[in-house]
Structures are given as C-alpha cells and as structure tokens.
Design a protein around this ligand. Sequence first.
Ligand code: UDP
Length: 194
Amino acid sequence: LETKKVLGISFVHSNMNQLTDELHERIKDSKKTFVVTANPEILKLAGSQPSYKKTIQSADYVIPDGIGVIVASKLVGSPLHERLAGFDLMTQLLSLANDHSYRVFFLGAKPEVIEDAVHNIKKKYPHIDIAGYHHGYIDENDQSIVDEIQKKEVDLVFVGLGFPKQEEWIANHLSLFKKGIFIGVGGSFDVWAN
Ligand code: UDP
C-alpha cells in the first residue's frame, strides 16, 4: 500500500477499498497488525509528546482520519488526497468479519455503552463470531483481557479507549499476541450504541 510521510508519520496514501483488501490479506495470513486512525487531535498530541509520536510511528498503518489531516498535509507540502474515516474503516471491517465469520473482540466505552453497541453490531452483522467484549475502564496491568484475546485467537480487536490510551494499550500489549488486527476506534462504540 502506498504511504506518504507527513510530519514524520507515514500515512496510508490510498483508498478505502485497497486498505480493506490489504487488511483482509493480513487477517488471512494471521499477520499481527496495528492500525491507527489519526485525527488532528492525535497528530497534535504526537507533535508535542515524543513518546506518543513513537507509538504512532510503530503502527503498521496510520490512516488520515479527518479533513484537518488532509489540510495539514497540504500545508506542509506533502498532500494526501483522500480522507479515510476511522468509523468507515470499522464498518468495512465489521462487514468483512460478517462475510467470513471472523472472530472479533470489542474493548472500550462505558459498561452499558459497550453492551448496547455489541447488541446492535450483532443485529446488523449476525455472522460475526463475537469472541467477547469488555468496557474500557480497566487497569492498564489487567491481564485477563489479554489472556482472553490470546486464548480465543481473535482476528480483529477494536479498541475504543479514546486517545492516547487506545494506542498506548495496543502498543504496550501487542508483543503478547500471536495474531490479530488491532485498531483504535475512539468514540465509535458510543455511536454504535445509539
Ligand atoms: N474511554 C474508555 N476508557 C477510558 C477513557 C475513555 O473506554 O479510560 C472511552 C469513552 O467511554 C468513549 C471513548 O473512550 O467511549 C472515546 O472517548 P472520547 O470521546 O473522549 O475520545 P475520542 O473519540 O476523541 O478519541
């Protein structure tokens, strides 16, 4: 997949179909993958906090989420042409998971929110193999969620802890997993819960 460097971060410089196809290949190959959906707020924090920037740079894919990222890329003379919305990517991946009965885990949001979100996702995508879900108010050192994702050999893990928590959680735990696409989804569970 083509990438382009903006402010020291390599962004996916492609369209949603190609991105989804490539992620699908990685699911089939059981290739562990870290996806960041970078909105302007994430970029701003990366600009002021070197450790967070390193975390973002360690991702396999960083997608330009938000028109502000496209505008910023033009201002620094490295124009990205297409905005890839994180919520749209999540929808594409859920649809893919539904078509192939992939195993999915959902982590994040308040207890009642994640419950409603998973309920609604289940209704819309009945063939997804839901490995489990957990709210996002967890202890950073809690091993039980890691163990569950690991044991169930989950294909896709959606992490909605808000930034920077979600990227840090993924980066801190990634080495403990054998496979899985890990993607930070911000407040998306709140949207699914409605
Ligand atoms: N959240 C969480 N654990 C936390 C803090 C936040 O699960 O410790 C959840 C929160 O409930 C919400 C999501 O993270 O569902 C996104 O929060 P916010 O809207 O603040 O972040 P953004 O969407 O801007 O990344």
